[in-house]
Design a protein around this ligand. Sequence first.
Ligand SMILES: C[C@H](O)[C@H](O)[C@H]1CNC2=NC(N)=NC(=O)C2=N1
Length: 97
Amino acid sequence: MPRPPRLSPDELSRALSELPLWSGDTGGIRRTIELPSFRDAVAAIDAMADVAEEMDHHPDIDLRWRTVHLNVVTHSAGGVTDLDLQLARRIDALLPG
Ligand SMILES: C[C@H](O)[C@H](O)[C@H]1CNC2=NC(N)=NC(=O)C2=N1
């Protein structure tokens, strides 16, 4: 698959204004999700894994008890691309804030 282009800082800040649950910069975008329990957090990660596998695009995930920290970046491009925005939108559809 061809490597998607990195977004410019302007493109990224425009996109982030439509993704209020996400913050970050051209090095990566972040969202933190708190679930009611550890098992709910694990289930949320499992649901995100389905999306990630379907897209072949994977978030970096840090689980602390019932809080999930996500960082999304296109590793192969060395920055944020449109694929990251697509993944963020899919995650928000799955886990609305
Ligand atoms: C071969 C496969 O497409 C690549 O290894 C994919 C898999 N998932 C990925 N996910 C993310 N976030 N960045 C990547 O560069 C990436 N590469």
